[in-house]
Write a protein that binds this ligand. Sequence first.
Ligand SMILES: Cc1ncc(COP(=O)(O)O)c(C=O)c1O
Length: 366
Amino acid sequence: MNPVASHVALDALPLREDLRGKNAYGAPQLDVAVRLNTNENPYPPPPELVADVAEEARRVTAQLHRYPDRDALALRADLAAYLARSTGVALTADNVWAANGSNEILQQVLQAFGGPGRTALGFEPSYSMHPIIASGTQTGWLAARRRADFTLDPVEAAKTLADAAPDVVFLTSPNNPTGGAIEPEELAELVAAAPGMVVVDEAYAEFSDRPSAAVLLAEHGHKLIVSRTMSKAFAFAGGRLGYLAAAPAVVDALQLVRLPYHLSALTQAAARAALRHARATLASVALLRAERGRVVAALAAMGYQVVPSDANFVLFGRFAHAPTSWRAFLDRGVLIRDVGIEGHLRVTIGAPEENDVFLRAAKELA
Ligand SMILES: Cc1ncc(COP(=O)(O)O)c(C=O)c1O
């Protein structure tokens, strides 16, 4: 039997003009022994968490004929408690919103505060989904630059924000794919300088010592959104749970664009179970930070330039031709990431034995 309508070409569809010729985002998902390309936590969830999620799934499954709690109130209360505990900022469920990964959070933010005729700005190189989500929501994208060492020049950046006056600015700290975090005083200055909404994307916050931008919410609640995810430190990438902290009015604004029942009952229950085991899961953060130190030192000793990182990955170089070197790592059974920065590749910090395989390959290619 022929697959249904497989002869219909994408080009022949009445696709939006601005989407024509674009490629879907996504790192290669290759079946390789050592996968260090998507900044996941290499440690699987602890057995007691697995048991708890399984038990919750059984309980919730018996009620799957009903829609889930549309407002995800219990989950938001748990997320607020975790964030309050880890940042020292008094937050409640009213300050928190959750979605299927922080990508969906960012999309909802641009649906509400961006859109046709509006602009969003990012300091590149940064997380490449920011401009893609801008494109998907028909928000104009303004690409500002970082310094050659990938840090932000706070004076220059504040001037850019004042001049360009974007409706939304993304400040990614720690920044993906370069790894550095914005210093707290500089972050405060940038948030103050931004005329529009400010999204501080803190997907990797747990790997950094810098305080969360949540400490700025009391003063800047009318424009600040702190975005977080359970995909990285929480070892919950497959569970798809992102969230934000903001003023209750911002959470109310997102209700205007969210799809009803966007977070399944299974997701909500699994995320709550995962949060109950936060202490056990987050124990891996200290191990990964120690491994980050080891990997950085080893790469530097081999003669590589390594960009200082506050995250669970490092950007390193310089390669004469990064795509060729990416392939050479793959040939040695190690999948890392070519993030399109000339002369550089990004490696996620894995478990010690994975890092050993990576470092052996790096030594051969140095
Ligand atoms: C900076 C940054 N923000 C957001 C995300 C999205 O993560 P998720 O949708 O899994 O929460 C990522 C994932 O790599 C990221 O690097």
